[in-house]
Design a binder for this molecule. Sequence first.
Ligand code: HEC
Length: 169
Amino acid sequence: MEKPNYTQDYDKLLRSLYRAIIFLSVFAVLMALGLIYYALLGNPFGSQAAAPAAAARQEAPAPVPSPTADERIEDGIHLATGLRVAEGFDVVRANCTGCHSGKLIAQNRATRDGWQEMIRWMQRTQGLWQLGENEAVILDYLAANYAPQEIGRRANLDVEAIEWYILKE
Ligand code: HEC
């Protein structure tokens, strides 16, 4: 009866173990490369399907309005916000047009105190944030551009120039 050669068996085992380790390392490296590719370039399997859609999009670009279109100013009025372009406009635009249209502001007239009242009211009830040192800039802008309109601006009647006539009986 043949005696089992343990050394040979051990060698065989060791060799297959090495092979397994090499195989697993190669596998791991490939996985890592795949992940890096995926992270940098996106899903390689999805891109095939997305490519024609992207091509179609390029052929017929959506009529996106030019971002500068809304920045037009006519007669000193910034069309997009309806606000007068003057000193402090940028600060007002940044702080006052997030919740409602600037047109709501342009429709109102008040003194500096009146404007401060409105701001306080919005801060109390509408979640308007603290304006810090911007508040003075905003109030200056509002008081200058949206002050109460003077009453009696109409030219006085020129009595001499009126052609009076007598009602006939
Ligand atoms: C956090 C949100 C918010 C911000 C920011 C904001 N408002 Fe208002 N404001 C409101 C709300 C809400 C109303 C009530 C709207 C309505 O009645 O339709 C209002 C109303 C107004 C009105 C109308 C008041 C009235 O009596 O009819 C004016 C004027 C106004 N805001 C000016 C401003 C100014 C100036 C700023 C910048 C300092 C500003 N708002 C910033 C929320 C805000």
